[in-house]
Write a protein that binds this ligand. Sequence first.
Ligand SMILES: [Zn+2]
Length: 496
Amino acid sequence: MNETLREAPAATEVAGHQLLLRAGFVRQMAAGVFSYLHLGQRALQKLEAIMRQEMNALGGQEIKMPVVHPAALWQASRRWYEIDAELGRLVDRNGRSLTLALSHEETLAELARQEIHSYRQLPQLAYHIQIKWRDDPRPRAGLIRSREFTMLDSYSLDVDEAGLEAQYQAHYEAYFRIFARCGLPVLAVEADVGMMGGTQAHEFMYLTPIGEDTLLLCDGCGYRANRQVATFRKPEKSDGTETMQFVAELVAGEETIEQVVTAVLPKHVQINETKLVHLLDVQRVRPTAEQATDLWVVDDGVGDWSGQADRVADIAAAQEGDACANCGQPLRTVRAVEVANIFKLGTRYSRTMGATFVDEQDEAQPIVMGSYGIGVTRLLACVAEHHHDENGLAWPVAVAPYQVHLLALRGGMETAVTLYQNLQQAGIEVLFDDRDVRPGVKFNDADLIGLPLRLTVSQRSLVAGGVEVQVRTGGETAVVPLADLLNHVTTWLAEQ
Ligand SMILES: [Zn+2]
């Protein structure tokens, strides 16, 4: 099931994704929808095992919530109306509306409503690893932006904000441990709460030019934020203004109320549409050329505005070179992929969905919730992107689908079969290439697949004294006597 390909299929511009295709880890079924072949599935299982360990260490209870949800839950939280075509909707044979899981806040709040009654049952942490569907209009970069994807998501339930803060902090630290163990460097940045709602959010970002998010970083004080929320120190004076028109859409019940908004900004400053959405408390804004304005919003960086100003606030997008709001140093921009996010939901879902507990005074209170998620399939793609060279993938041991790639060449088959059995008995994960193909094909495939340690057994290696051992990263090669091999491999793996 893992045929390697000499050339990547067309329309894949991202190196890591090309290699996942060529090395036989994934295959595309439809736009943004993938099958995971054996090697891909094993690598995912490695990532998931690390996540389970870290979530269990936080006291998490693993559960599994469904992929198909009754629409009524999403109507209760209002997201049925607030989220547009990204939400997958379907109708069953009895005419009941259903939705595909875009995330699981609703189902978790419903479980909490049914299961949690008293403060004595709190705090709790539940997590699962499950498939999601988000009908992205522009799926791209393979698993980095797909429509069907797998996530680890966990949900904290507390009696108050202090409990939420403790669980939020625990996740913040656990996520750094997870990414370190997976071999992916990340930054945590302040982020927009977006379609999850709530009061505070951080995103974990892998810095890479292929990323679609832009981060603003300050080398002076360490400030870092997603551009969607980044602030900056504005000049005292602006040399003129620019205006832009938007239609702001507010969903009320099953209707959408639209307002034309004119935004006024200092000249050469771009609008930050996310800030505008929050300021107006609407679902979304879209540019328009309509003239009749209902509402004037003026950026607080506009010094001398004498026209109408219904709202004055920060609606500007921070740019490379803008002054840091904290220390005044110039901000720099970098591109990044968001691999995880953590949200303080507060009582956003528990209030609307009736998930309450009875406190010590016998009063009903909404449960205070947090929501935390890592994109498992996206993480696989980012690890592949970060760990490759011109010859192929080069997996860290913790994520590699197998630890060892055993190649049997001419004159070495019999020894290799025995070695394969011995390594497996010692608990080492071995991919055995016993195909009847040229040595060059085996070497190229081994480089492409990128397992950490390659063992080659041939007549030549046996004459030279044993088995040729090559490390995938760095490429150092040694001939190790058969008698020492097991110890050599075990020691090397333990040192990684
Ligand atoms: Zn600064």
